[in-house]
Design a protein around this ligand. Structure first.
Ligand code: BG6
Length: 469
């Protein structure tokens, strides 16, 4: 047996964005509203009408990505830009926009890596009940077919649903699910989850039929869960949370099987989804070509013996304390540093996550997000000295290289984010990009682009295929 080691020559270096966070023009040019446009914007943060103005400046931005040497660019397609009502009528201007983005990438030899759905369900579908309806499966497949028909001749890499696990675990925080009047939240969320899994499986199968040679994978947020101590019960709690947070999604995408621990958890919560005849066959036929995954940090949990909450306010308290009664309880890891936004930083955990994933699924992996949000400062002379971001990325790339040396098949690395964009709930001044966008939360300034120090550093990393960090 010959095992491959190290990063391959054709490693896909790049970075990521998502439509609703970067484009702007959210209610113009024929685009219908998405759930992101109808939710209440978090206090102190701007609306989504401008974002980084990528809708108008994509050519300039992609030229900068090309200057960094990107081999790939991960972006998402706003479902309601191409199908304003989510189904039926097509907005040709939206179709043209993504054609332009794709062609612009290809002009520089950048492979588009397209996320089909990134937190922005068309509002018209949400109004009808969104993912809780069985019809949502067909609606997603219609959307997928439209994308493959229009872009399948040029797009070789596809991702289905961004962070489906987060949509199920914290969808109310992301603004993607309405929990008003819901008595059994698990029942609703895991039914929606089942529909998304089915939609994903069908979309994967359809791509393989319509565009032979193109590759597709899921894009959950995967991070290993540690036990707080070596107490055996803490290990059980970590296994519980690993199953609920991570493995459910990949077991389904890769093997078409419900994870046993999760199944038991759903039984105990009277939340087994309605599964129609044939659903599990569809799941089994999905056959992803690779696993895309977002990684920011690990999680740590301890055993929990709390009684099940009865009142709404008790339930809220448990949720904010990260308690799943009888299953696990969140535990702040004392061994890790934190970003200025309080996110734990854990490069070793990145490698541990990759190892675990590869040993479970044995598929090539591409990192679809990883990065550091910070309040960057633009200096008078137009510089951004983001050495803290370089440090974060360097340490994570080192771990990818080590994981690859140990045998994990790594296909690419797309940190978050290519360019500054609006964070999920902390505004645009929580910046992640290699490219600075000159605006503040409410003052749009001139939206000019500036190369951060990390821009030049990443260019060198790409040039040397990760050798010069
Ligand atoms: C991921 C999402 O969860 O994390 C992105 O896919 C998001 O959409 C990113 O922006 C960073 O999180 P935040 O909350 O800092 O924007």
């Amino acid at each position: 047996i010959t095992k491959k080691h190290g990063l391959p020559e054709n490693f896909l270096w790049g970075a990521s964005t998502s439509a609703y966070q970067v484009e702007g023009a959210n209610l113009s040019h024929g685009k219908g509203p998405s759930v992101q446009d109808i939710k209440t914007v978090p206090a102190g943060t701007s609306e989504l009408d401008v974002c980084a103005d990528f809708y108008h400046r994509y050519a300039e931005d992609i030229a900068l990505m090309a200057e960094m040497g990107f081999k790939t660019f991960r972006f998402s397609i706003a479902w309601s830009r191409v199908l304003p009502e989510g189904t039926g009528r097509v907005n040709q201007e939206g179709i043209d926009f993504y054609n332009n983005v794709i062609n612009e990438c290809l002009k520089y030899g950048i492979e588009p890596l397209v996320t089909m759905f990134h937190f922005d369900l068309p509002a018209a579908l949400e109004k009808k009940g969104g993912w809780s309806r069985r019809e949502s499966v067909g609606e997603f497949v219609e959307f997928a077919k439209l994308l493959y028909t229009n872009y399948g001749d040029r797009v070789k890499y596809w991702l289905t649903i961004n962070e489906q696990n987060m949509l199920t675990l914290v969808g109310d925080v992301i603004g993607t699910c309405n929990m008003e009047g819901v008595t059994n939240k698990y029942k609703k969320l895991y039914q929606e989850n089942h529909h998304m899994l089915l939609a994903q499986a069908k979309a994967m199968k359809l791509l393989h039929e319509m565009c032979p040679g193109a590759k597709i994978g899921p894009a959950p947020n995967i991070s290993l869960v540690y036990p707080a101590t070596c107490k055996p019960k803490d290990v059980l709690a970590a296994q519980n949370f690993n199953a609920i947070r991570n493995w459910l999604y990949l077991d389904m995408a890769v093997y078409g099987r419900y994870n046993d621990l999760v199944w038991k958890f759903l039984e105990e919560h009277d939340a087994i989804p309605v599964i129609e005849d044939g659903d599990m066959d569809i799941m089994e036929q999905a056959n992803p070509d690779f696993i895309g995954f977002n990684y920011y940090n690990t999680a740590t949990v301890e055993w929990d013996d709390s009684p099940v909450a009865v009142t709404d306010s008790e339930k809220k308290d448990q949720q904010s304390a990260g308690i799943e009664p009888g299953v696990y309880k969140a535990y702040p890891n004392p061994n890790l540093l934190r970003t200025e936004f309080g996110w734990e930083i854990d490069p070793d955990g990145f490698r541990a996550t990759i190892r675990e994933m590869y040993s479970r699924y044995h598929l090539p992996m591409i990192v679809t997000e990883n990065g550091l949000g910070a309040y960057d400062k633009l200096t008078e002379d137009g510089k951004v000295h983001d050495d803290y971001r370089i440090e974060y990325l360097r340490k994570h790339i080192e771990q990818i290289k080590l994981a690859a040396d140990e045998g994990a098949e790594m296909m690419g690395y797309c940190p978050w984010s290519a360019i500054d964009l609006v964070s999920t709930h902390e505004g645009i001044t929580k910046r992640y990009g290699f490219i600075y966008v000159n605006r503040d939360e409410f003052d749009m300034k001139d939206l000019a682009r500036y190369r951060k120090d990390s821009f030049y550093w990443y260019k060198k990393v790409i040039e040397t295929n990760g050798e010069d960090l």
